[in-house]
Structures are given as C-alpha cells and as structure tokens.
Design a protein around this ligand. Structure first.
Ligand code: PMP
Length: 433
C-alpha cells in the first residue's frame, strides 16, 4: 500500500497481490455466508426485497457479538466507573479499561494512556483543534489540509485559523482523485504548524500514502493528524509504523456502536495539552482556588463516559480480529474490483475517484439521473447507497459535480449483492433514460 511506511507498504502489497490471486496462500477461505449470519440486520427486507446494504462509509452494521456485549453490560455489570469500591463498579471499570487496551493493540499504539475515548472522529478532531491547535497556532501560521477532507477535518481548522489569524492551506488532488504529492511537499513551509489529512477519502475511496506524508511533514518539523475514520474498517492499522502524532476514528464505522470514538495522541503531546472539557473524572483534586488535572488519558475524559459504547467497541475489535484485518482487506479488494466492473458495464456511469490505491468505495454519477433519483430507485430495489455531497462539498466542486451516488462496501458484502446493485442501476436507465 502506498498508505503506510516501508513495512506497511510491503505488507499491503502482499494483501493486494493475494487478493488478485498473484500469491499462493494457505489461509482458509473467507466464509462470507457464515459471517453474514452474525449480522441480524443483513437478513431483513426493505420494500419486500432483501436488504443490500452498501452505505458502510456512513455507518457499518453491528454483529450479534457487539449487541450482546452492550446488552450484557447493562443487564449484568452496569455501574459508574472509577467511583465505587463495590464489585459492580470495579467490574465496569475493568471492562472499560479492557476496551482501551483492545483499541491500543488494534491500532498498534505504544501506550494505553495514548488512547482517549471521545464521541467520534469529529469530536476527536475538535479536541485537538481546541487544545493543541489553540496552544500552538498563532497569527501568520499555516495549517495544511487536503482537498479530499471530510467537513469534520476542514471546519475545526477553519474556525481555529479564523480565531488566530492563521491561514488554512489546501493541498490539491489530481483528476484521478489522488493527492498531488509535489504540491503537498511545496505547500509545507516554515509557517506550517500542523498537517491534518485523511487516510482514506470517504467520497473517493483514495488511500493516501500516510506514512510517506508523515515523513515529509516530520522532515520539516511539522506535526500530523491523520483522520482514520474510513481506514480503520478496511485496512490493518499500525500507528507505530505510520508515525503520526494524532489519529482519530469512530466506533460506529468499525462495526461498533455510535457515540464512541477514539483519539490517539503521542503521550508527550497529550501531556502538554490543556484539557478540552472539564468536570468530574478529569481532575485529581479540586479546591476553589486551584484544580489539579488527572493523568492521561483521564484528563481528556470529563464526566461519565460512554461505558457501554467503549465495551461494544471492544467487542467489535475482537470480532474483526478474529476475521483478520488482512483477510478483510483481501476480500474487499476483490469486491472493489468486481463492483468497479459492474459500474463500468452500466451505460452512462462515470466513476468519480480512480486512484491506484482505493478502499472499497464506489462514487459515481449517471448521465440519466441525478444522484438523489439513483438513490431512490435503488432503495425501491432494497439497495441502500448514499447520494449527496458526503460532507465533502469542496471535493464535489473540484470534480464539478453537485453530488454523487456512493456504494461503500464492507467485508460482509458479496458479489451477488453487487449484481443486484448493477441490475438496479439498469432500472435507473430504464426509468430515466
Ligand atoms: N472523517 C471521515 C473521512 C469520515 O468519513 C467521517 C464520517 N463520515 C468523519 C470524519 C466523521 O465521523 P463521525 O461523524 O463519526 O464523527
């Protein structure tokens, strides 16, 4: 993969070669039918048709193991954490702490205290902007983002720049939807204080070479935040290899519950940052004239956290670990290839985003119909896709489209579902053509 350091590149190359059948491998077959049995919602119908869920970039579905973990917590262990000396509270605290450990291991972070639970990727980015950003960005400084960012990795930086009199700079993307690397290099100046960029574009599927981008930025003494919201469900993540300073993602896009997210930050940076929110749990002691803040990561987790959410996320991580992220990536590479062929076979379809390295996201427009009309016809066939600007309006403008339709795949999707998707697109041509 172009998206990680040397070790990561080799590793992803292997994954993709395996997916293309170029390498022999002894791993057992990826049993999608069995996997699908773990997801109750995949067996429901919509308008009398079997659900074909292709909106995984918006949110993923949840396996029974996650639903059970949440239900078990509330029915057997519910108590507030860090507060009681009694059995239930200790159990709940341990379960919450175990979830943090699972996240640390899953992302290959160095320390458990570098993992902060938040509400989601959006809150994680706002946390960094409002703490690290406010401390380090001054008038005349620059923050560098890319043209393919989600609004949640644009607006917090825009607001910070406005507040500080700093300048938001935007590295361009090419016509195929790749980051313009030369421009990126040029745009890092001695005024750049932070680079914030996505690992995988939610609207194009582009996998950015984050390891290389981090090395370029670090070579210029610039810190990097990586938005991993769309990478974590598809690729094995190795934070030590990527080497970024901050990394954010959302539980609900990685088969866990909504309302829980992750901020990873290097311990030495988190240590120096002021708290984001204040109140209970983030303090060691409070007097009316002085408060001492708690140690990491508690300094950034004010108030009662989403305990059930963290436990559910831990169960989601156990689930995907047991499938294996490499096998997930290989299965999805096959699906992406098949889905691309399906789209190419439909008259009047134009794929938006043709990067050499893509995650399983298929954004497209059709001559015959507006994306919203496509979405509606597909819905009548039981096929759930997203139609709109995907919270990436500047990117839509870049490609000169008001919106796209987007099919985004997960490991539980099948080629048969993509055939249903293709047939539904033929119907769009029949209705509107
Ligand atoms: N970044 C990217 C690339 C995303 O796709 C999303 C969600 N669509 C977010 C950030 C924000 O995630 P959340 O809404 O879960 O905070």
């Amino acid at each position: 993969m172009a998206g990680a350091g040397q070790k990561g590149s080799k590793h992803m190359e292997t994954v993709l070669k395996r997916a293309a059948g170029a390498l022999p491998h002894n791993t057992p077959a990826f049993d999608v039918a069995a996997i699908r049995r773990d997801f109750p919602i995949l067996h429901t119908t919509v308008h009398g048709k079997p659900l074909v869920y292709l909106d995984n970039a918006a949110t993923s579905q949840k396996p029974q193991a996650v639903l059970d973990a949440i239900s078990r917590y509330y029915s057997e262990t519910n108590a507030n954490i860090h507060r009681g000396l009694y059995h239930l509270s200790e159990e709940a605290t341990k379960a919450y702490d175990d979830a943090r450990h699972k996240v640390m291991a899953f992302l290959n972070a160095r320390l458990k205290c570098e993992i902060v639970f938040t509400r989601g990727a959006t809150e994680s980015i706002n946390l960094v902007a409002q703490t690290y950003g406010r401390e380090h960005v001054k008038a005349g400084d620059e923050i560098l983002i890319t043209h393919m960012e989600h609004h949640s990795n644009i607006v917090p930086w825009q607001m910070l720049c406005r507040e500080k009199g700093a300048r938001l700079r935007v590295a361009p993307v090419t016509d195929t939807g790749e980051l313009d690397m030369d421009a990126f290099r040029r745009m890092i100046t001695d005024r750049t204080r932070l680079v914030a960029l996505t690992y995988v574009s939610n609207a194009l599927g582009t996998v950015n070479p984050v390891g290389e981008l981090v090395r370029i930025a670090h070579g210029n003494g610039v810190r990097v935040l990586v938005d991993g919201a769309q990478a974590v469900p598809h690729l094995p993540i190795d934070l030590l290899d990527i080497g970024c300073d901050f990394f954010v993602c959302s539980g609900h896009k990685m088969f866990g519950p909504t309302g829980i997210g992750i901020l990873y930050g290097r311990a030495e940076l988190l240590e120096d940052m002021p708290p984001y929110q204040s109140g209970g749990d983030m303090i060691l002691s409070v007097r009316f004239d002085e408060t001492t803040f708690n140690s990491l990561p508690h300094k950034f987790e004010a108030g009662t956290p989403n305990i059930a959410g963290a436990i559910g996320l831990g169960a989601a991580i156990d689930y995907v670990n047991q499938l294996g992220m490499e096998r997930i990536a290989a299965h999805e590479a096959g699906l992406l290839q098949y889905g691309t062929e399906v789209l190419r076979s439909v008259k009047g379809v134009r794929i938006i985003g043709n990067a050499a390295h893509k995650a399983s996201v298929l954004s497209f427009v059709m001559d015959a119909a507006h994306p919203h009309d496509i979405g509606q016809i597909l819905d009548e066939e039981g096929v759930a896709v997203r139609a709109g600007h995907h919270c990436a309006q500047p990117l839509m403008e870049r490609f000169d489209v008001p919106a796209t339709a987007r099919a985004s795949l997960a490991f539980y999707n099948t080629k048969e579902e993509l055939d249903v998707f293709g047939k539904a697109l033929e119907r769009v041509n029949e209705v509107f053509g």
